[in-house]
Design a binder for this molecule. Sequence first.
Ligand SMILES: N[C@@H](Cc1ccc(O)cc1)C(=O)O
Length: 545
Amino acid sequence: MPSPTLWRSTSLHPLSPYVCTNRASISALRYLSRSAVARKSNSETLWDQQAERIRAGHRKSLLTILEERGYVKDLAGDRNALDKLLTDKCIGAYSGIDPTAPSLHLGHLLPMMVLFWMYIHGHKAVSVIGGATARIGDPTGRLISRQEMDRDTIASNFISLQSCVRAMWQNAERYAERHGYPKEKTWSRSVKNNTVWLRKLKIIDFLTDAGTVARMGAMLGRDTVKNKMAQGDGMSYAEFTYPLLQAYDWWHLYQSGVQVQIGGSDQYGNIVAGMDLIKHLTPRPSTSPETKQLSGPFGLTVPLLTTAAGAKFGKSAGNAIWLDKTMTTPFELYGFLVGSADADVERYLKLFTFLPLDQISSVMAEHQADPSQRKAQHLLAREVVDLVHGPEEAENTQKRHGFSRRPNLQTLQAEAENSKEGLNRLYLPHSLVHSKAPARILYHAGLAKSNSHGLRMVNSGGAYIGIQSEEKEPTSDGELKFRPLRGVTTSMVSEMIAKSNILVLRTGKWNVKLIEVIRDDEYEQKGLSAPGWEEFKEGRDAPSS
Ligand SMILES: N[C@@H](Cc1ccc(O)cc1)C(=O)O
């Protein structure tokens, strides 16, 4: 039964066609100015014409575009009904993010891309930031709960995440414009905080509405619940209730026409919980089954991206790649993407750019003719930096990376200055570098898992040292040359740091670390630590395997 309490609090009947430019009835618009009415009916006509072209097979439907580019992992709801809905009607779609960190990361970009595509095809896009849900923390897929976050941390994460999401939307809009999707007046997007409605939710209403739909059998049967209780750290009542809160978000948004929810592949269960709630709370006047289906909720999950090497996409050495440039610089973002494997790059170009598929195919053909130039990877990296940070940043970063294929010390140093210690900049204490074998320095710099792993890398020719070339030809500008570490002696390394205190090491093609060697006491004062440092201080040796 629909809840009278919830029902009265909403202004729109969920089955009424969403007041949207293409379907708004003229009578509902009588309070609008004549020009607004004209604009609305104009866009209504445009929408109908476009739908007609899709139906006639002259244009791809939005769902087809999403499927072809690889965005669809699972659909909740009937595929053809969703296809028809997205073609015939302007609807709302949303995706949520909990502010468990102060910034978006690369993993968030995938569901957001789907929302961007929907937006540039005229649907209303809503990004929800889970100010309220973050206080509980989504237990999905976890065995161990996140560390509890205090309210202040959530509040400050919320503020910075919100500005990150807003900036992302602005950039995506400009990026779309550069790819032939100029902004239309009727496009609509918003960023909402679920605290706004969840704070007002009364426990008694929540229990009688959401609490009665959710059956214990189904809830206890969910993998997250089973695994966390059997193999993890158990589950709190609040965590158990999380899917219902997310479901309630959707029910709330559904009142204003948000019929689609998009999420990561792990969100399927939470999305279905929302669909169940909506179906349960929606009054069922005697409409045809088709009308009922087309006015109902649909869910879409995006695939979980793993690299060809099996690692989770968006993490470098276990650290997330952030979209806030104070956390991951554009240079680092570019560096991460330009390092994509040949086997992944085409898939990423389809997922993370608005480039048309035929352009992607032709770039891939060029790339395959000479993979060593990494043309496709450079295009991917440039496009993503363009999408996330804008065209000027993309242009500059690409120029600097053009150098970094044969990097120069000044460029690396300049980069190091505005990057935090972490991805490609590092301090090491003098004692871990001076008179130490190169293989061991690789271990201390985090480039090798152990001393002997470092030795294997050195012997197999997979580790290099950057050497500033002496000759100053007009073009060379003190360029860095990499030579294999095999054959480089301990005393050569010590001599180098005696000169400049700087050491540049590289493993594989792209993993470059600029190491600044500082005094041991200074290192301690900065509160830093490196693999093997504690052991060194305690007089123990670094592990050898
Ligand atoms: N549970 C989602 C975030 C989310 C929060 C609220 C929502 O309404 C939707 C999604 C996640 O962890 O990824």
